[in-house]
Design a protein around this ligand. Structure first.
Ligand code: FES
Length: 64
């Protein structure tokens, strides 16, 4: 699903970047996410947070 229509960036692209611990600022700079109308920024931030929380839980499970 496209999250940023202006730059044609999908949720999967954002999730993949977030798994590498990219920040919203990283995506803005590297993929041009949110640099036109900016309407995608709240959803992109939510996807990043959710993806990184899932990754943190996985890391915790491995070290427990
Ligand atoms: S939808 Fe992302 S900048 Fe417009």
């Amino acid at each position: 699903m496209y999250v940023c229509i202006c730059a044609a960036i999908t949720d999967r692209q954002i999730q993949a970047a977030a798994r590498g611990w990219a920040t919203l600022l990283d995506l803005q700079q590297e993929l041009c996410l949110g640099r036109s109308c900016g309407k995608c920024l709240p959803e992109a931030a939510r996807i990043i947070e959710e993806t990184q929380q899932q990754g943190q839980r996985s890391d915790d499970a491995l070290t427990a």
